[in-house]
Every structure is written in C-alpha cells, then in structure tokens.
Ligand binder design. Sequence first.
Ligand code: PEP
Length: 279
Amino acid sequence: MEQSIESYIKNLVRDVIGQSLGELQLQSDRQTYVIANWKMNKNLNETAEFFQKINSSQDVSVVICPPAQLLYPAHLLIKQSGKPIGLGGQNVHWADKGAYTGESSGSMLRDVGCEYVIIGHSERRQYSYEDDELVNKKVLHAIKSELTPIICIGETLGQKNALQTEQVLVKQLEGALKDIDSSHFILAYEPVWAIGTGQSATAELAQQIHAYIRSILKKIIGEKADGISILYGGSANEHNAADFSAMPDIDGVLVGGASLNAQSFDGIINVFAKGEQNS
Ligand code: PEP
C-alpha cells in the first residue's frame, strides 16, 4: 500500500513536470530507441557472448528484452560491461502478486533490473489471446510499477487488405490507453504481416501510419503526444534501418530476428546513432 502511494506520487510529479515542459517539447526532443525482442531465444552462454560483442551507443537508448529466465543474468552482464543498455521484460501480469502460476508482476521485473516491458505484442495477442482490455490492465500495472511499457499495436494482413488498418489502430490505441493519465510509455507500430516475414513495411508507409497514430494519440492525450516515441517493428534490420531513421515520426525500431545477432543489432544501433548526431 505504502509502495503504491509512493509510486502514485512519483508518477504524479513526473507528469506535472512533463506537463509544464510539454509546450517546450519539440519533435526532436523525442527519445530514439533501438529495442531488441529476443522472444523465446538464447541460452545463458549465448547471452553472455551477445553482451560481450555488442557495442551500444550513448546517442540512442538501447534496450534488450530477453526471455524471463535470462533477465537477471542479463542485468548482471550489462552492469559488468558498463555499457549503456536498458533491460526490459517481454510480458507482465496485471496483479501485484498472488496465485497466477507462471506469471511475473511489475515489481518482480523491477527487482531483476528491468526498466521496460513489452505489452500487447501480436504474438501474445495471437497465441495467448490477449485483448485490448487485458493490454490496458497490464499497461496500468506497468506504469504503477514504474516500468515503461512498450505498447505494441498493428494490423494483420487480412485487416490491411480489408482496408481496416486505421480502425484497428484506433481501437487498439484507445483500448490500451484507457484511464492512463501518464505519458511515460512507448508505442511500437508493428504490422503483423511484417513480423518475422522478411517483408518490412516501406519507410514511407510506416511514416504515414506513424503520423496517423500520433494524430489519434493527440486526441487521447493531447499535446503530450508530440513527446511520445513511436517505434517501427517488423523485419527491421541493418540494411533497411537507415530508411526508417530518416522519417520524422519514426523514433526508433523494435527488432526481433535481427536483434539476435550482435553484429546486425549493432549495425541498426549505429544507423540510429548517426541519425541522432546529424539531427
Ligand atoms: C517483433 O517480433 O517485435 C519483431 C519486430 O520481429 P521481427 O523483427 O523478426 O520482424
């Protein structure tokens, strides 16, 4: 109870400060992120090898989201490396504690070194039947736990072909952000048809959709929408990263497959770091 009052006050203070700075917040102030979603991949040895090889950068926020079992070892490896890398979970439960076999709460993620958590990934929507209501409960819980949620939204191929992309995104956004009075979250636009297929969206299409997402976000949270980082996800790699990084509403990438290889992931980090140096 004491802890939830404390985090409520902390969030309130962060939001009041954020609000008063809001008017000064320009597009270029948005944080750029390169985030790895390892999904159900890698063991301890491979994790140690990855953190040894990865170079990282001071110019962009790099976050690695390993499977739950690798979070604490990854935390120790990051600390040991001294590299500026953040840690995130791939999922969180909505309750503080209790009889929820196999789940992890926000405070448990914090405890093992996480500052971020992916919520609403399309694979969880597909295989674990997570809907917008559940995504919203998890986002509320993550914010209360002082984790930054990385909220994933995106249409399926069927929805795209049926010209329902905008309506799907509005529903997912409104659903995920219901009763959220904080602007401490990251959005990831991940068209389901581009995830793991090798067929990324073109940077132009992604930019168009990101601008649309920001316009909807403005209706939901007002001017603070200008300060929210919107990442692209879906077959992003070291070869197409430069196209995405050149777009004004694309504030980084969420990377699956290409994040498993330290060299490829470094390539993506370098592209976005260069973009930041030039801006
Ligand atoms: C993802 O699953 O979040 C993702 C973007 O995967 P990939 O990069 O492999 O398409």
